[in-house]
Ligand binder design. Structure first.
Ligand code: ATP
Ligand code: MG
Length: 338
């Protein structure tokens, strides 16, 4: 078999459930790329502790995250699925990357600005500041060609490209320069109550957040009470600027049912927002029912789940160790004698 290009991505175990933005913006692309790529996907627990986590909850959420990834269709025979902290090379390469990243360059990362502002700037950790540089290491360790992520991660992939290029220039060709894999239509799913901000695990209220593992009935209710746009007459039309609420619902329904937005606009011509919401609520409730059942099945057999993760970590380490060894050599570290 000719060797496939590499893909790499990660998702944080920072909540007890993934949300619709994670699913449409990132995880669906993971599933698609496992067919065409040599794909590495990980639950990024090192990233999760950049904000405070309860240790027992983090452990539980890490297994829940892995179970959800399997429930969306990741196949451990087709891709490498693992937990980031099981592969120590991530932290090791991150240190080297820290040392070739400019302080000013890191200071320009908008996610740090947003997240530290949310927490109160004096409570933000150095770990949160260097989060993007750990992400650089994550990607470069696997010589990834493609990085499936949502729009909010574009800047971090750009940083990765800059640092890979700089390292290659300074020390000789070492790293593949990766491309972001961002699908325009679903790159940013918005909060149902505030369609000016991205749907996020750390939203100030859970009312606009569609968690895939919530009770399907609760999810349907959230969709029915999504804010829509107060224009007169209430026309179902896609316009991100003047109708952000309805446009978000159209984006979601379009992606969930593989129906072009234009066809949906036609379907709801002459109707108010009600039928659109009712249909989307039903689609989501159906999807979440199956998803929850599959996730619970994986969680019901933690031994098998842990075996999948152990095998994934072993496969990941084989690749990561090789890249780290080459990097250590390039920067001039004396090899340890065994
Ligand atoms: P947190 O608020 O803790 O950062 P998160 O909701 O952003 O959590 P992450 O684990 O940081 O989730 O991100 C996992 C993936 O989901 C990333 O590729 C990210 O770009 C993508 N993603 C997150 N939120 C959205 C969204 N609203 N729309 C599209 N993609 C998203
Ligand atoms: Mg995030």
């Amino acid at each position: 078999m000719p060797s496939q290009p590499r893909a790499l991505s990660g998702i944080q175990p920072t909540a007890g459930s993934f949300h619709l933005g994670n699913y449409l913006g990132a995880i669906r692309q993971y599933v698609a790329l496992q067919e065409s790529h040599d794909a590495f996907y990980m639950v990024v627990d090192l990233h999760a502790i950049t904000v405070p986590q309860d240790p027992a909850e983090l452990r539980v959420n890490t297994r829940i995250a892995a179970a959800q990834l399997l429930a969306t269709g990741l196949d451990p025979e087709l891709c490498t699925l693992f937990v980031q902290s099981h592969v120590p090379e991530h932290a090791q390469l991150a240190w080297v990357m820290n040392c070739i990243t400019g302080f000013g360059e890191a200071s320009r990362m908008t996610q740090f600005k947003d997240k530290s502002a949310k927490q109160g700037a004096d409570r933000a950790t150095v770990g949160l500041f260097t989060y993007p540089i750990l992400q650089v290491a994550d990607i470069l360790l696997y010589q990834a060609n493609s990085v499936p992520v949502g729009e909010d991660q574009r800047q971090h992939v750009e940083l990765t490209r800059d640092i890979a290029t700089r390292f290659n220039g300074r020390f000789g060709d070492t790293f593949t320069v990766p491309d972001p894999h961002i699908l325009k239509e679903v790159a940013k799913i918005y909060d149902l109550q505030d369609p000016s901000v991205k749907m996020s695990k750390s939203a100030p209220t859970p009312k606009g957040l569609v968690n895939l593992l919530d009770e399907p009935k609760a999810t349907a209710k959230k969709i029915k009470s999504a804010v829509t746009d107060a224009d007169d007459p209430a026309v179902v039309r896609f316009d991100r600027d003047t109708k952000p609420g309805v446009s978000n619902l159209l984006t979601i329904l379009s992606a969930m049912t593989d129906t072009p937005v234009a066809d949906l606009e036609k379907r709801y011509e002459g109707s108010m927002y009600g039928p659109l919401k009712t249909d989307l609520a039903e689609v989501m409730a159906d999807f979440c029912t199956g998803f929850k059942a599959r996730t619970e099945e994986y969680l019901g057999d933690p031994e098998t789940l842990d075996q999948i993760l152990a095998k994934g970590a072993e496969k990941a380490r084989a690749v990561a160790a090789e890249t780290l060894a080459r990097t250590y050599d390039r920067v001039g570290f004396l090899p340890a004698k065994h």
